[in-house]
Design a protein around this ligand. Sequence first.
Ligand code: PGA
Length: 226
Amino acid sequence: MIFAANFKTNHTRTSTKEYLATLESLAQNSSDEFYLFPPLSALQSHIGKITIGSQNAYPTKKGAFTGEIGLEQLKEFEIRTILIGHSERRVLLSESQDFIAKKFDFFKNNGFKIIYCIGEPLEIREEDELKVIEFLAEQFNGIDTSYENLIVAYEPIWAIGTGVSATNEQIASTHQAIKTICDKPLLYGGSVNAANIKDILKIPNVDGVLVGSASLDPQNFFSLTK
Ligand code: PGA
C-alpha cells in the first residue's frame, strides 16, 4: 500500500527533520511505500524508505516567478516527486485545469513521479454519481493518463480536513469509475484517520491513502499502516 503525508503549511524545517528520523525508524521493515510532502522550506535531500516530494512547483527551470520554486531549486535537494492538482491549489489559488495540465506536462517531461489529485465539491456530490464522474473526468483534461510515473489521488473536497470522510460505498464506486478513466495506482484522501483506515484500505481499487491532519504526528501516521 502507498501512504502519503501532506503537511500543507504545517511543520518547520527542524520539526520535519525530527519527523523524518522517527518515521524512518518506524518504517524500516515495512513493505509499504511512503511519501512525505513537507512545506517547501523543509525540502531536503534524503535517502531512505521515505520519499520526499514537493507540494508544488512552477513549471520552469528557473526565472521570474515571485514566490514560486522551479526545477533548479528542487534538483538541489534531489526532489523528483511532486503533488499536482490538489484542491487547495485549484480552489484557494485558482489554478486552472489548463495550467495544471501544463505543470503536469513539464514535470512529466522531467521524469518526476506525479501524485495527481482530483476531487469534486459538495454541490456536485449532492447531484448524483454520474455528475461526480463527469466532473472528475474533466480533471483529466490535458493529462497523460498513461504516464508511467503517475499515481492518482481521489480527494473529495468536502471530505478534506472536515472529519467527514466519503463513505465506503462512495469510495468504492468512485474509485471503480476512476480506474476506467486512468488505470494507475489510486489513493483515497479526505479525513483519513485511525478510525476509518482499516475499512478504507479494504475497498477494491484503493491502493493507498493521501493523509493531511492525521499525518502530522509520525507515530499516528505510521499507525495507519498497522
Ligand atoms: P485531510 O487532508 O487528511 O486533513 O483531510 C487530506 C489532503 O488534503 O490531502
